[in-house]
Design a binder for this molecule. Structure first.
Ligand code: AMP
Length: 230
């Protein structure tokens, strides 16, 4: 891996307020182990609620492939090893993607959903983030305090089956048994404490994703209706 310097958080975010105002910008974190079904549920919510879906993993993979990126090799190494990419990189990518969406809101045909993006408002699903305590605390402080967490969860056997199936078409370096084992370990040891912290704050909606997709989505809709006012 190359020895690229990662910028320090205090040099990236200097203001004393978050970049986005949580009274206008709604952020829902979507967490769960690899293969839990986060992406599938996010796609359904985008359609019905007018969210913009930002996957931390997708943004990192795009940055890894971006010609001229100084972080390409570093990101590739972390992803292959199932490790957590340094938070400054991930949070900056998310902030930039949010700013892009605020500047160019999604085209929505339903006027009710369109209203969710008027007058400086916006709504985001942030998928696969925060995966570590430092990034949770930093994002809430410098980018936008989150509204609540959808924790999409099933057992590791089911998640493994789904990832092995996905590996036939995903082309992902980390969709293999060896990387998957490391990703589960990272999830248990590093990401679960984040879920536990938000749980203590009453901000977690538990979603059982062992059941078929439409039944998972029923639970997701009930959670959104409970935690959000739209
Ligand atoms: P995913 O596409 O969500 O399964 O993420 C794939 C890989 O990207 C993870 O195993 C990590 O190496 C990296 N990654 C994804 N999200 C984050 C994050 N929030 N912080 C740091 N690294 C991440």
């Amino acid at each position: 891996m190359s020895n690229v310097q990662v910028p320090k958080a205090e040099d990236l975010w200097k203001g004393d307020k978050p970049v986005f105002d949580p009274s206008k910008v709604t952020v829902v974190f979507v967490l769960g182990g690899p293969g839990a079904g986060k992406g599938t549920q996010c796609a359904l919510m985008v359609k019905d609620y007018g969210f913009v879906h930002l996957s931390a993993g997708d943004l990192l993979r795009a940055e890894q492939e971006r010609p001229g990126s100084q972080y390409g090799d570093l990101i590739r190494h972390y992803i292959k090893e199932g490790l957590i990419v340094p938070m400054e990189i991930t949070i900056k990518l998310l902030e930039n993607a949010m700013a892009d969406a605020m500047a160019n809101p999604p085209k929505l045909t339903d006027p009710k959903l369109e209203a969710g993006w008027e007058n400086g408002k916006g709504r985001f699903l942030i998928d696969g983030f925060p995966r570590k305590m430092d990034q949770a605390l930093m994002f809430d402080k410098v980018v936008c305090p989150s509204a609540f967490v959808l924790f999409i969860n099933t057992d590791e056997d089911k998640m493994t089956q789904r990832i092995i199936e996905r590996s036939k078409t995903s082309g992902r370096d980390d969709d293999n048994l060896e990387s998957l084992k490391k990703r589960f370990k990272t999830f248990r040891e590093t990401s679960m404490p984040v879920v536990d912290m938000y749980r203590k704050e009453g901000k977690v909606a538990d979603i059982d994703s062992s059941v078929p997709i439409p039944q998972v989505y029923e639970q997701v809709k009930a959670a959104l209706n409970k935690h959000l006012s739209f």
